[in-house]
Design a protein around this ligand. Sequence first.
Ligand code: BGC
Length: 368
Amino acid sequence: MRHGTTGRALAAVLALTATTLAGCAGPTGQASTDLVGVAMPTTTSDRWIADGDNVSAQLEALGHTVDLEYAENDVPTQVAQLRAMIKAGADVLIVAAIDGTKLKDVLAEAAAADIPVIAYDRLIRDSPDVDYYATFDNARVGVQQATTLLQGLGVLDGTGAPTGVAGPFAVELFAGSSDDNNATVFYDGAMSVLQPYLDSGVLVVPSGQTDFASIATQGWSGETAATRMTTLLPAYDGTGLRLDGILSPYDGISIALLKATASLGYGTAEQPWPVVTGQDAEVASIKSIIAGEQYATVYKDTRQLAEVTVSMVEAVLAGDEPETNDVTSYDNGVVIVPAYLLTSQVVTKNNYQQVLVDSGYYTQEDLA
Ligand code: BGC
């Protein structure tokens, strides 16, 4: 809620302002009073705050009125927010789902009111009422996470070529929330890289937990992941193995796992940090990477995702077909949703400056 356009009164003022300033609102010189509903999952992660801010700013710069709402990972709250947007006469809905399977009914109401729906970052499943999908190449994110795990361990070199190191390296695997379609796509991408090394014994998973159901983390919760970690590590006692690496799907989980391993004796000269992966290039993780703790993250430029989504909004409002670049991969169980996939980038201590600071995503002070 904290970023929401609080109440219709403010929205009315904004609409009035847009009308009064006719000619200043958009590149066409046409002031717009279109209402765009933006439903985001949570403010507990930097990335979703950046997403909401970027989408709103870009829409408002084009003269649209925005109702931005956060549901704090509570599905009924997100459904209620969408229902309120429909009732308020939204012209388009942008939705980053909490549980991609729970929006069927409310999206049927949107369809009945002729409101186009754009799935943002996360695929909305089991509904015919999803028009477009703006996201990153999620399978590639998983490939990048697994590749950085192997690079941190020295199994692959900087170019991604095998070094011939035999291991065995002990690793544990963590996945995202099973109600988020992205989580399985990240996992499948990661396993496509890791499986051959698990088969050959270069990697071992002492807990034995490698299937998605065993390693999923409900709600992408760092706390839940850390609790699971503390139940896994005592099994290493007396085996002669140390935890060499962790496949972590998201920076919030990575930071929690680093803390958990520290409480179990890691992060010292005798017992160095395990190689820990991540996603989202969140500030806490970049600081951790700079400090030599987290090994890598996968950066997804939320400014680009906002741009793609906003251009989809502009196209549907104009009655045009938005640009897409993948019309086959994202079958939501009912329809294949035409998607625009962006490209993510690996960030380590070696390139954070160039990728994140030189590009203006963060300032040096943000990371101090
Ligand atoms: C997003 C990731 C994010 C995760 C947890 C996923 O759907 O694609 O970027 O790390 O949710 O918020």
